[in-house]
Design a protein around this ligand. Sequence first.
Ligand SMILES: NC(=O)c1ccc[n+]([C@@H]2O[C@H](COP(=O)([O-])OP(=O)(O)OC[C@H]3O[C@@H](n4cnc5c(N)ncnc54)[C@H](OP(=O)(O)O)[C@@H]3O)[C@@H](O)[C@H]2O)c1
Length: 369
Amino acid sequence: MSNDNEVNKFAFLIHPLDMKDVSRVEPKAANKRPQLVEKILGWMPVHKKSEITGIQSITGKRVQGWFIAVPYLPKHFYKIDRNIVIGRIIEGIKIAEDLGASIVGLGGFTSIVGAAGITVSKSANIAVTSGNSYTIATALEGSLIAAKKIGIDIDKAHIAVIGASGSIGKACAQFLVTKCDRMTLIARSEIRLEKLAEIIKENRGREVGISTNISTGIKDADIVITATSSTGNIVMAEDLKPGSVVCDVSLPHDVSREVQKLRPDVLVIEGGVVEVPGDVNFNYDFGYPSNVSLACMAETMILALEGRFENFSLGRGIKLEKVEEIAKLGKKHGFKLAGFRSFDQFIIDDKFDAIKKAASEKKASSQTI
Ligand SMILES: NC(=O)c1ccc[n+]([C@@H]2O[C@H](COP(=O)([O-])OP(=O)(O)OC[C@H]3O[C@@H](n4cnc5c(N)ncnc54)[C@H](OP(=O)(O)O)[C@@H]3O)[C@@H](O)[C@H]2O)c1
């Protein structure tokens, strides 16, 4: 816990998700061969990217923070020797410590390697969090509101969770399983899915289906939550049910951009997009409006505002109590869902009616055939 008048400090590790991210910050990279840019990024040192100012809770409390760049693309996290990757993340944490941060958040793939943050946290002298509890809270809140808006009755719905054995997917599945009619857990490892299905039966009293095939697993799902560590698109236009909602939590996104063009009858929303209280300046363009952040960043800010310098979300067994707790703390400080974003654009209300109309037309035409 910290003194009430103190300005607590946090840091957040970031990395580019794709070439678009790289060239937004470094326009000259757009004219270079992607292989060369990849190589240069692999050599670049971990460094302080920007200072984050102006975050102010509705309680009046302020915090100060920094973005620290671990300049790897998602594929680097798989290609490069694991110990080197872990070492770069620890370098980022040390920069956070030197800046005076009391807590550091692990963004993107920095929270996936090393047992979802547990390994790097052992070398840290400050608190470390993946931000996944608040990501789960906001993805669930957004998915349920969006489903209602396009007329899905949750009690009667089939929900599919892709990446169900992961940190975010597991908690989403455990929360939603008692709210829906049917659930399918999807990932590549069948063994891990079977284990989770057993846990869900034991703890939540519900039988669930499992699948290692995304296409068949989501074919008749009304709600799809996707939170995987895939580096490419895995949810394709032809696999989605008319009138369904897909919450894409993954970064980089799992849903193919073709869905936007080919499936006007499906609602795709980005998970974990949050409005930050205060007159915020990230001093760095990560592709969102100035007062909007990802939920994982927001969790680090909320914990800093609370003076809760603890390893809040680490590992792949996030407890639902933590999800509820961080949601409450977020509300207390004035953090909220930043509306609905779909394929990098905020959705206006007319869109929900347009999707409903396109879905009923699609259903009617498939019945005629
Ligand atoms: N929006 C936000 O604020 C925010 C915040 C935090 C994280 N994220 C993103 O959320 C995603 C998930 O994070 P996490 O921490 O939950 O990761 P995680 O714990 O590593 O879990 C990843 C899950 O995806 C599955 N998976 C990986 N590749 C797959 C594929 N090709 N097909 C099907 N399943 C696959 C894994 O199981 P198998 O290995 O068995 O397939 C596992 O179940 C990441 O993209 C991360 O960057 C977003």
